[in-house]
Design a protein around this ligand. Structure first.
Ligand code: ADP
Length: 509
């Protein structure tokens, strides 16, 4: 119960994705909208300010033109208005010039106030909200109003002829127009942002649903295999090419390997117990015989003791070979840096076999120009060669002739071990590298074979990225071919030695 409470809440990747895209697009749109909104409203305010300034300048100039005295009076303002509203005789230029004045006076957003030199109001187009104060120069200010800010402009009026101060002009813009547009823009921006968040969230969810769908398939497969690892279920193939499709493929390949490994393991255990059953049964039989009669019957003793020793020896070699096999699977981890001069080892094995089997005719064709260094641990190369030569001796039959060869191509050294004995049939050729496989079980057993030699050799050589192949014909013999990658050397010794040919008979003579 407690565990369940502390367990973090499950939040689907799709939801996280949708939230992420929504928040991300909200932030981006917020920045964009703020910048656009700011610049648009700034422009709008700037327009209002410029219009106010135009009005201030034009009306004050007109007032300056019409003032005949040194102090403005309401009569003069009325004169000006009447004069300006009556069409001008002559050119149209006057009409253009007078238009701002009339606009300024008639604009519902503007309140025009005209003061005389003594700062007394002589004319107004409405209720002025801000108190007047004298200014020396044109001044436009944004000041706090009742609901929102208002724009107030003031300018002194000078008589054009005398250049003396005759009064002041104050124009107030209540900015209602500006604030109306401001509010509308704010509403549109808010709506746009909400729309963006909803759309991007939905889009993110939909997209993540499509993209992450294979994860559900992978999860289903994992759950099925968790319950039964031998099940044949795999992630369905995806009709697309992306990381998840690749992941599914890798996962399927991993499952194949894992199941093969499990099968191999159980097969190995089965094979081992099967292999051990015979020697154990033989030992058991002999021991029972000894128990019953052996104490008094020297003949039983004579027969049983060597048989028991032979079987324990077999078991011993079987256990040793199984150990070698399991070690051979880890060479890549433990010996990946190891190198060996190949010629030296081949010659050594060749000489040893010549010595141990004097009844055989051994021959070594050495076509190497230098003692190449190959990527393998020395003992392992020796072990592989011994396995192949041992087999060649074991399965040579009457043809007691064994041929070793040593050559190289661009990247690898090739070693051949050939015998001219019984050979292997094509059906069995592919199986001889399998564990515990023996063509003729009884005969091989007699010869002390467990069917593990070639399996060990194959795993070892493949652990060093080499290859092992076999060609054979029943009755004509077999040729096992090894290749091992050469360690590249920069300096090639001069005076490369000629290919040497060894023949034990020749050497003896
Ligand atoms: P074993 O220990 O029985 O020799 P190996 O794994 O070395 O096991 O060989 C597997 C089987 O392959 C042998 O039982 C034998 O039948 C066959 N074999 C191996 N080498 C040769 C060879 N040179 N000629 C004929 N048959 C061979």
């Amino acid at each position: 119960m407690e565990n369940e409470q502390t367990k973090p809440k499950f939040v689907s990747l799709k939801v996280k994705w949708a939230l992420g895209t929504a928040v991300g697009s909200l932030l981006i749109s917020l920045v964009v909208v703020t910048v656009l909104f700011g610049s648009f409203t700034r422009d709008l305010l700037h327009q209002e300010r410029r219009a106010l300034k135009d009005n201030l300048v034009t009306i004050s100039r007109q007032l300056g033109e019409v003032t005949t005295s040194n102090n403005l009076t309401s009569q003069q303002v009325n004169d000006l208005l009447q004069k300006r509203t009556a069409p001008l005789k002559g050119t149209d230029a006057g009409k253009v010039y007078q238009r701002p004045v009339i606009q300024g006076f008639s604009n519902s957003h503007l309140v025009v106030g005209i003061y005389n030199r003594d700062q007394h109001l002589v004319f107004t187009t409405g209720q002025l909200k801000k108190p007047f104060h004298a200014v020396k120069d044109e001044q436009i200010k944004l000041v706090a109003g009742r609901h929102h800010k208002v724009l107030v402009g003031r300018i002194p009026v000078y008589n054009h002829q005398t250049q003396r101060l005759t009064g002041y002009l104050q124009i107030e813009n209540n900015l209602n127009n500006y604030y109306q547009r401001y509010q509308r823009l704010l509403l549109i921006s808010g709506l746009a942002l909400t729309l963006v968040v909803i759309a991007s969230g939905l889009l993110g969810y939909g997209l993540s649903y499509l993209i992450l769908r294979p994860l559900d398939d992978i999860q289903t497969t994992i759950l099925a295999l968790r319950d039964d690892p031998t099940k044949n279920q795999r992630v369905p193939e995806l009709n697309r090419h992306d990381e998840l499709a690749e992941l599914s493929q890798i996962f399927n390949a991993m499952l194949d390997r894992m199941q093969r490994y499990i099968e191999q393991q159980s097969q190995f255990v089965g094979d081992v117990s099967h292999e051990l059953r015979t020697p154990v049964a033989i030992i058991q039989g002999h021991m029972q015989m000894l128990q019953r009669w052996g104490k008094d019957d020297p003949q039983v003793l004579e027969e049983s003791i060597p048989a028991v020793i032979a079987e324990t020896n077999r078991m011993n070699s079987l256990v040793q070979e199984m150990l070698d096999l399991s070690r051979a699977e880890q060479v890549e981890l433990n010996f990946h840096d190891a190198t060996t001069p190949v010629r030296e080892v081949v010659h050594q094995v060749y000489n040893n076999f010549k010595m141990i089997h004097p009844d055989f005719e051994f021959m070594l064709d050495d076509d190497l120009r230098h003692d190449e260094v190959v990527k393998i641990y020395r003992d392992h190369l020796e072990q592989i060669l011994i396995i192949l030569c041992d087999n060649a001796v074991k399965y040579s039959g009457e043809q007691k002739r064994i041929h070793l060869s040593l050559s190289r191509n661009l990247q690898a050294v090739e070693i051949g071990v050939q015998d001219f004995g019984e050979g292997i049939s094509p059906a069995e050729l592919s199986k001889v590298f399998d564990r515990f496989y023996r063509v003729d079980k009884a005969r091989s057993r007699k010869k002390g074979g467990n069917g593990l030699g070639l399996a060990i050799a194959k795993r070892l050589i493949e652990g060093y990225h080499g290859t092992i192949t076999v060609e054979s014909q029943v009755g004509s013999g077999s040729l096992f071919r090894l290749t091992l990658p050469i360690v590249p050397t920069n300096t090639t010794p001069k005076g490369a030695g000629k290919g040497r040919k060894h023949h034990d008979k020749k050497e003896h003579s």
